[in-house]
Design a protein around this ligand. Structure first.
Ligand code: ADP
Ligand code: ZN
Length: 731
């Protein structure tokens, strides 16, 4: 038997299959991790296939040395997925395997964790009866051990070493090694409140399983109870003996989801995400492979969970950009999810209150099933959104962060003893510095983007490369010393609030205040426990939190995302406003939302303030159709970068020439193609050029088939080249 092996997946970039002989008696399967001789040493490899044939002279073949830890093997379905990902995303075997088997689990550096365990010896009854009456503690310990035993470290604290040793010496108890599972977020627990589904909810569950389509788009307004639909659908799935994957955009931002799932499914839930320690991850992995856990919850990468027989995959907040991996290895989670669901004959549910235009269009076309939930569970319905015209505020002499209306509502909320959330679109103190006289804006020397002012360090920081610069006090161009700090940031909002509402508790949540995995939970926990009345935050506070006492939501600068030069700007802004607004009045209290903008008449705000997603979709979809943007085309961007600008240009020219020839031969596939400097011309001293194409959706696969080989052909030591499909940002 011949094993087809991918070698050294930890470090090698070689995308080649090597043949090895399988020694007699070795029980080797496809998907096993193996040790093989390679060059002069032994290296780790992956058996991706078994065969009777080889193109190599058999006498020259070496043999597989050994099979490695069975808990790091992968199943047949994952091998099929690897095939799919190679074709669809042009990934190498090693890229796929690295996604499937995370980090240090390869190379066997993570081990089972074992701890000493104290249990009764079988047939110790007589000895227990013979414990002298004065040895009360020994008797108590023996009683405690009756139902199965306990970890030594636990009883040691309670009973002390001498009591324990006495029982061991008397032949009553024994010490053994027992594996422990490292359980992530083990302090998160809650009571399960299983509810009776509303008519809309049960119709949604029925639709998911009743339709002959694989994918169902669950469009449910915020607070319509999507999580309960997911959970009951998962319950049905595992009751049928199948497994389930629940994806959320960023697990550490949604402790609530984890809490609900733990409460309902207890230890059948495994958690996989990049914030876990290696040991924790290994243990969760093992619980999945042994079948102890049949529900996996996690962020994007959990889609690669080593489950078999997947009956249901849920992607919550399906519109979220984090589901697309935009760095190597590049892939789109929804494609992977659909493949896995189809492979196992399962279902894929995409849930959102603001579906992406692409997904909703797919539902309109009939490629997806559509389930709609248009009512909130809470009797109050959606909180009213009031649009506040900020240019009128400026004309009226108020140049501050808060409009008169917002200041008034904040005061009322505080007086009532309720809570408020204030949302702001970026981090830092003020986004940029600008000379009031000549308009000079300091930029990063390496990246050609405006620098951001951080008040804590009183420094200017490049958000692309992290480089820090001294804050300027005088304009280097005109010498004027009047420097204006640009827009508002979370820190400044907090400072203003402290001045206006002294003594009121304020919490801040942004990238800087939440650098550790637990920081999110701490801040959210403190807010939930009413340690503060106001929570100020960035995008992060928009996601999936449930605070019953929040009755006011303020969106301080909605416009920020409206004017990015990106075809998805309006879609993003609509999503953001809807998600943030959805935080208000979720429980028994009514809520209110104030949206501050300089463009009060913009159609995005009109639709968003009426919670009219279908109306927004119709308008936006029509624009896309007329202008030929996705979903009516596929954007392909080839991005080239390198330190030597001439080399990068050379590379861009070469690829462009070949693509141009292809375009001439396939005129009807192309809507647009141009080679140019990237909008951000330089990042970390690397010059960036791009070839931007818009091609018809039908020809996407064919065009990519022509593009991908060019990337390999033209990349050189100094120039890196890659392709993006419908990129999240075109900077
Ligand atoms: P969504 O994810 O759609 O925004 P959630 O799943 O967070 O909404 O649900 C909103 C609230 O309604 C939660 O507090 C949830 O526990 C509650 N809920 C969900 N379904 C029901 C139901 N059938 N009966 C009563 N309460 C429910
Ligand atoms: Zn920079």
């Amino acid at each position: 038997m011949i094993a087809k092996v991918i070698v050294d997946i930890s470090s090698s970039e070689i995308d080649k299959i090597f043949d090895y002989l399988v020694p007699d008696g070795m029980d080797l399967h496809e998907g096993d991790r193996v040790l093989v001789p390679f060059g002069r040493k032994e290296t780790e490899g992956f058996c991706i296939g078994l065969s009777d044939v080889t193109d190599v002279d058999r006498s020259k073949l070496k043999s597989v040395s050994s099979r490695l830890d069975p808990f790091t093997c992968i199943g047949k379905n994952m091998l099929a997925l690897m095939d799919f990902m190679r074709r669809k995303f042009y990934l190498r075997y090693v890229d796929c395997l690295r996604l499937f088997i995370p980090g240090r689990m390869r190379g066997g550096r993570v081990k089972e964790l074992k701890r000493l365990y104290l249990s009764l010896i079988d047939g110790a009854e007589q000895a227990i009866a013979a414990i002298p009456a004065r040895a009360k503690r020994q008797r108590e310990l023996a009683e405690k051990l009756r139902d199965g035993g306990e970890y030594l470290s636990v009883v040691a604290g309670e009973f002390g070493a001498s009591t324990i040793n006495a029982l061991i010496d008397a032949g009553i108890a024994q010490k053994t090694d027992k594996p422990v599972y490292r359980k992530p977020y083990s302090d998160i627990a809650a009571d399960d409140k299983k509810v009776k589904l509303t008519a809309e909810q049960s119709a949604a569950v029925d639709k998911i399983f009743g339709t002959d389509k694989t994918v169902t788009l669950l469009y449910g307004v915020t607070g319509s109870g999507k999580t309960e639909v997911y959970m009951q659908a998962i319950e049905r799935t595992i009751a049928a003996g199948k497994t389930a994957i629940m994806l959320v955009p960023e697990i550490s931002l949604t402790p609530q989801t984890l809490r609900n799932f733990r409460a309902r499914f207890s230890d059948r839930v495994a958690l996989l995400h990049s914030g876990l320690g290696q040991g924790e991850r290994y243990d969760e992995w093992r619980r999945i492979l042994t079948g102890e856990a049949d529900i996996v919850i996690g962020a994007r990468s959990a889609i690669f969970a080593p489950l078999s027989n997947v009956g249901l995959i849920v992607m919550d907040e399906e519109h979220d950009g984090s589901y697309v991996s935009e760095s190597n290895p590049r892939y789109n989670t929804v494609d992977v999810a659909e493949f896995r669901a189809r492979y196992d004959g399962g279902k894929l549910v995409l849930g959102s209150a603001t579906p992406s235009i692409d997904s909703f269009e797919a539902a309109q076309e009939g490629r997806y099933e559509l389930a709609t939930m248009s009512h909130r569970i809470s009797e109050h319905g959606m909180p009213p959104i009031e649009i506040v015209d900020m240019s009128r505020e400026v004309l009226g002499g108020n140049a501050g962060i808060f409009s008169g209306r917002l200041a008034e509502e904040l005061r009322r909320t505080i007086e009532r003893g309720d809570q408020a959330m204030l949302f702001i679109n970026r981090r830092g103190h003020s986004s940029f510095a600008m000379c009031r006289k000549c308009g000079y804006v300091p930029k990063c020397e390496d990246c050609d983007v405006s620098l951001t002012y951080h008040s804590v360090e009183n420094a200017l920081v490049c958000h692309y490369c992290g480089k820090k610069y001294r804050m300027i006090t005088r304009c280097p161009v005109c010498g004027c010393d009047s420097i204006k700090y640009g827009k508002t940031g979370t820190q400044r909002v907090v400072q203003e609030l402290q001045k206006t509402y002294p003594g009121v508790g304020i919490l801040r949540m942004d990238n800087e205040s939440t650098t550790t995995k637990d920081a999110y939970l701490d801040i959210l926990g403190a807010f939930k426990a009413h340690e503060a009345q106001i929570l100020v935050g960035t995008q992060m506070i928009a996601k999936g939190h449930d605070f019953p006492d929040v009755t006011l939501v303020g969106i301080l600068d909605a416009d920020m995302s409206l004017y990015f030069s990106d075809y998805r700007s309006c879609e993003r802004t609509f999503q953001l406003v809807t998600q943030v607004a959805g935080r208000a009045g979720r429980a028994s209290k009514t809520g209110k939302v104030l949206l501050q903008t300089y463009s009060p008449g913009h159609y995005v705000y009109k639709f968003a303030s009426r919670y009219d997603y279908p109306g927004f979709f119709a308008k936006e979809n029509n624009t896309r159709k007329v202008t030929g943007f996705p979903p009516y085309s596929t954007i392909v961007r080839v991005l080239m970068s390198g330190r030597d600008e001439e080399d990068v240009i050379e590379c861009a020219r070469g690829i462009y020439r070949e693509l141009r020839a292809y375009q001439l031969a396939h005129e009807s596939s192309f809507l647009f193609m141009r080679a140019m400097r990237a909008p951000i011309a330089r990042i970390e001293q690397h010059y960036r050029y791009q070839i931007l194409m818009r091609v018809t959706r039908e020809s996407e696969d064919a065009v990519l088939g022509a593009v991908y080989p060019l990337l390999d052909a033209y990349k050189t030591r100094g120039v890196s080249v890659f392709a993006q499909i419908n990129p999240q940002s075109l900077s």
